[in-house]
Ligand binder design. Sequence first.
Ligand code: PGA
Length: 261
Amino acid sequence: MDSENSKISQLLAGNWKMNGLRSSLAEIRALGRGIADLQGVEVLVCPPATLLTEAAKAAEGSPVLVGGQDCHAQKAGAFTGEISAVSLRDAGAKYVILGHSERRQYQVEASALIAEKMTTACEEGLKPILCVGETEAVRDAGNAEQIVTKQLEASLPKDFSLDMGVQELAVAYEPIWAIGTGRTPTTEQIADMHSALRVSLSNRFGMDISAQIRIIYGGSVKPNNAAEILAVPNVDGALVGGASLKSADFLAIIHAAVRLA
Ligand code: PGA
């Protein structure tokens, strides 16, 4: 395997999106039992916010971590329906997904707002998973790497530093056209994008810090393609949507990562 993959533990993060009920907590308990003895991977589930407290309880005593799917840029205040980083922490979250393409698209979140959310999340002790990715039109036009690295730069707080926990950052490369579609980029396209993102992080933070930042891939990761994707150089884990809803599928993906660790 590539030496760049071996420096840090792989992050396997499940994004349940707007799915999951209290009855789904059994999946988290099953996941906890399934990964009890595994080494070299960090496993995270991001359920809907209403389930976070119960999900954290279901994960107790197991290595499974729980996280939020978004947070507000402000710490508190008159923002009806929103969820703060402080509340996520209070509910047991260790991570938060920020800038997912579904939020960029449906909630019209711009990179500048996501950078503000990043700051707030880090100040409240949450580890951010920052999502970036191109549309199919951008991919077809041949400038995906340029657009996605720009998106990354614009979504990082201007003063992001070691003090704020930059080494705890994870970047998720998620081509929009691969999310929920069953389509994935070629391993070469993934390798090229992850390498471009690594270079961008190195330019900004230096090689040592950049090497600690996990760059994970998301978009139609399934049990049958996980091993191939996770073996790509500079791929440090996966952000998994649909296949994280059933513990058996998610476990198969996690086992693929463990075999590569
Ligand atoms: P998918 O979703 O695995 O269902 O394609 C990935 C994501 O949006 O994080």
